[in-house]
Design a protein around this ligand. Structure first.
Ligand code: SLL
Length: 261
């Protein structure tokens, strides 16, 4: 058999991350924006990247993910920004799939990924809360002032996800298998900067430039498995309750019928 057809009962996935990094504007940057956007306080980059970070990164790099060029299966990423931005719909048609801007506020970014035509797949949409302000310590929701935030360094907020293609077209499957994703490292390769080490355990994106690892992937899988088990147990519990209630109802109906006699 030849020609383009779907390969049944097969699914293949590609790990991606989407999210943003943000930094407080330097005095020089603020000066440059004084005439056009005097209220802007931050510069940020929102992006869709491969999950693995490049191994040969500079130790000061704040780049998260992006080891692989995703252009082999992604045709376009559309970032829909807040309406306060000029041309809020930004279409990015080649890697890197990202938008860098300056601004003053956090908002929800709509991220639509369109696949190459050969994929024959519908676009998928993610939503990301653009994060500018430092992650609050537990129980302290205050936004620190800019002079404090600047000392904490860039703020990262990234989400790991896997794009799953089910019953892919044979030609698309070929394209995908020709581009295996860079595996995630088992553990973080970048040390957490000393002054942030006390926060390192709180969240994946705290304490320096984060990196997605195989260990995190495993932990996420375990969390999902736990959740699945809990759901199944809940389902069983409610099924039992339902059976009990149905029995009760039957008995009551019988009682009513007998009384009516
Ligand atoms: C808020 N929901 O009300 C948010 C909106 C808007 C962000 C944040 C600047 C745009 C521009 C900008 O940061 N907009 O001046 O081009 O807080």
């Amino acid at each position: 058999m030849s020609g383009r057809e779907r390969v049944k009962n097969l699914s293949i996935h590609r790990p991606i991350i989407y999210g943003n990094v943000a930094s407080v504007l330097t005095p020089k940057q603020r000066e440059q924006l004084a005439a056009t956007a005097p209220d802007h306080t931050h510069t940020w980059t929102v992006a869709v990247r491969s999950a693995a970070s490049a191994a040969d990164q500079d130790k000061d790099s704040t780049m998260v993910g992006g080891a692989d060029d995703l252009g082999y299966f992604i045709k376009r990423v559309t970032f829909k920004l807040h309406d306060t931005y000029a041309n809020p719909q930004r279409n990015i048609d080649k890697p890197p799939f990202e938008v860098t801007e300056t601004g003053w506020g956090e908002f929800e970014v709509q991220i639509k990924i369109t696949f190459i035509t050969d994929a024959g797949e519908k676009p998928i949409t993610f939503y990301h809360h653009l994060k500018l302000h430092p992650w609050a310590a537990a129980g302290d929701p205050e936004i620190p002032p800019l002079d404090v935030a600047v000392k904490l360094g860039p703020v990262h907020s990234w989400q790991y996800d896997e794009i799953v293609f089910t019953d892919p077209f044979n030609t698309f499957l070929d394209t995908l298998t020709k581009h295996p994703p860079t595996p995630l490292p088992r553990q973080r390769r970048k040390p957490v900067p000393f002054h942030l080490a006390h926060m390192a355990g709180l969240a994946a994106s705290r304490g320096g430039t984060p990196e997605f690892t195989g260990l995190m992937e495993k932990e996420e899988a375990e969390r999902l498995e736990d959740a699945r088990r809990t759901l199944l147990a809940e389902e069983d519990k409610w099924k039992l309750r339902l059976i009990e209630k149905e029995r009760e109802l039957d008995q009551l109906k019988k009682l009513v019928a007998e009384r009516g006699k």
